[in-house]
Design a protein around this ligand. Structure first.
Ligand SMILES: [Zn+2]
Length: 425
């Protein structure tokens, strides 16, 4: 069948799947799965995989296997009761294999009053389906499942294997994706359906989080000059972090990040100081997240950061004697990218063109994702492509456009048939 004829058939089959797609995504949103509490949603996902005839591998990561990777996924993870799933649709044997990955965990709801809808309701308002995880990234998981349905509707028999991985813990370091790789699951390429607004993303930034503890000396507020305010001593350290961010933005460049205003943000996300108004604060603890560009090494950035903070401390009488303490915690997300001639890039671009009639935007993203585990530990080409706007993720009133989600379904239907090879078309 001609490419045009196929594109029309795919479009018609995808359109006919609109209602089931909405129902599926709604059912996923209605089962809360905030990171560390993914058991219930995985029971639902496993049923959906089995319904589609996938051969399901279900396992929990172990603390032992993750321990040597604490730098990449963080320490103190408790993987018990948090199963990962990998469902395989076996091909007839002569095509390339494809691993499709989606994480099932979401961030917290946050301030409920800031939501105009029920966060786990899955309300459909116009073209948008609302709820925590709708965009990041249960929409991506639904995209994969519906794409498999569309292939069934088309009567496609695949040559290569398609593997659908639904993994846990992405928001806190991605131990589920890492465990997928450690378990030996491999394919000729990996695609993650994170929300990219249908842009093709061959590079992800890295990030690391650290806790900065600044000591002070308590004193009664009425005699505040006899104490040392940890808050005031933090201010030059804070300035140094902002200066470092500005310098790095000016000196670092990467072609895929040309359009990103702040490529390497340093965010002071949480600050706690003092006990109450009438005491000079004797300690301050700041939690900070710093971004890295592809090509950068986490180790080198750590040395740069530590050097800057040390230089500020040495210029301050109090901090020179009582240096702040820096502790890394949580996931240390190395940046990752695939080479520009990776076959999956042209295959995905071609699939997007077949589905939408346009070439996709190609861009890097400034945040970390599971991509790095597949690229760095798994040694596989991995890119991201999916419906939804990441700016709506992690926010109140998170939502995803169903029209965009269906466009992603069409792209994946084309990608799978083209990449794995198909009979019956
Ligand atoms: Zn995500």
């Amino acid at each position: 069948m001609s490419g045009k004829g196929l594109a029309e058939r795919v479009r018609a089959c995808v359109e006919a799947r609109r209602e089931p797609a909405v129902d599926l995504l709604r059912s996923l949103v209605r089962v809360p799965s905030v990171t560390e509490d993914e058991g219930a949603v995985q029971r639902l996902v496993e049923r959906e995989m089995v319904r589609r005839g996938l051969d399901v591998d279900r396992w929990e990561a172990t603390e032992e296997e993750l321990a040597p990777h604490a730098d990449e996924v963080g320490e103190g993870l408790l993987p018990k009761g948090r199963p990962n799933l990998l469902g395989t649709r076996r091909g007839t044997g002569s095509g390339r294999s494809l691993l499709l990955n989606a994480h099932v965990d979401t961030v917290e709801v946050g301030d409920r009053d800031a939501w105009s809808v029920e966060p786990f309701g899955g309300d459909l308002v116009g073209d948008a389906l609302y709820g925590r995880g709708s965009c990041d990234m249960k929409g991506g998981l639904a995209t994969f499942l519906i794409a498999l349905d569309v292939l069934d509707d088309l009567g496609v028999r695949l040559r290569g294997d398609v593997k659908l991985a639904a993994t846990v813990g992405e928001e806190d370091g991605g131990h589920g994706a890492l465990s997928t790789v450690l378990r030996g699951h491999r394919a000729d390429a990996v695609v993650i359906s994170e929300p990219t607004r249908l842009a093709l993303v061959p590079a992800q930034g890295g990030s690391l989080v650290f806790r900065l503890s600044v000591p002070g000396l308590a004193a009664h507020a009425a005699a505040r000059d006899s104490g040392v305010s940890a808050f005031e001593r933090f201010l030059p350290l804070y300035d140094a972090l902002l200066d470092l961010e500005e310098e790095r933005n000016a000196s670092l460049s990467h072609p895929l990040y040309a359009g990103v205003e702040n490529k390497v943000p340093i965010n002071v996300g949480r600050v706690r100081a003092g006990n109450w108004a009438s005491t000079v604060p004797e300690s301050l603890v700041a939690e900070v997240r710093a971004g890295l560009l592809p090509g950068e090494s986490v180790g080198e950035f750590k040395r740069l950061l530590e050097g800057r903070l040390r230089a500020v401390s040495e210029e301050d009488d109090w901090l020179a004697e009582n240096p702040p303490e820096l502790v890394y915690f949580g996931g240390q997300f190395s940046p990752a990218e695939v080479r520009s001639d990776a076959p999956i890039l042209s295959a995905l671009a071609g699939a997007h063109r077949a589905a939408t009639g346009r070439s996709p935007a190609v861009e890097g993203v400034p945040y970390g994702s599971d991509m790095r585990h597949f690229v760095r530990t798994g040694g596989m080409d991995c890119v991201m492509y999916g419906a939804g706007d990441v700016r709506l993720a992690h926010a109140p009133d998170e939502h995803v456009s169903i029209a965009e989600l269906l466009a992603a379904v069409a792209t994946y239907a084309h990608l799978i048939t083209d990449w794995c090879g198909a009979e019956g078309l």
